[in-house]
Design a protein around this ligand. Structure first.
Ligand SMILES: [Zn+2]
Length: 120
């Protein structure tokens, strides 16, 4: 599973973190990272899936460490592995089933990644 970041991800970040007087209030850390990964494809850590965010893996020469990317910066999701899976809010793991968490065996704490999987 991969995500392709929007070409203007850095621009979006700057716009969102600039006040009405034009002062940039964001972090240099994110500005630097987004300047390198905007428009790129990155590998997603599928052990750590979320509904509206993506944990991407470090990649030599591009990204030093694994980071979490909000979906607003994402252009395309490639080979999305979240279908028919859920996040378990009891044990905080990715459940391979939307009916019963294989890790803690509970069923009342599952939130499927896709709303249509609620009706399985
Ligand atoms: Zn669980």
């Amino acid at each position: 599973m991969k995500i392709k970041l929007k070409n203007n991800a850095l621009h979006i970040y700057r716009e969102e973190h600039t006040d009405i007087h034009g002062n940039f209030l964001g972090e240099d850390y994110w500005e630097d990272i987004l300047s390198r990964i905007s428009g790129r494809e990155l590998q997603v850590n599928t052990d750590e899936l979320f509904k509206h965010e993506f944990t991407v893996l470090a990649e030599k020469g591009v990204l030093e460490e694994s980071i979490r990317i909000p979906e607003e910066y994402v252009d395309t999701i490639i080979d999305d592995e979240r279908h028919k899976k859920a996040r378990c809010y009891f044990c905080n793991k990715v459940s391979e089933s939307v009916l019963k968490c294989p890790h803690c065996k509970r069923k009342d704490y599952l939130e499927p990644f896709f709303d249509e999987d609620n009706y399985l």
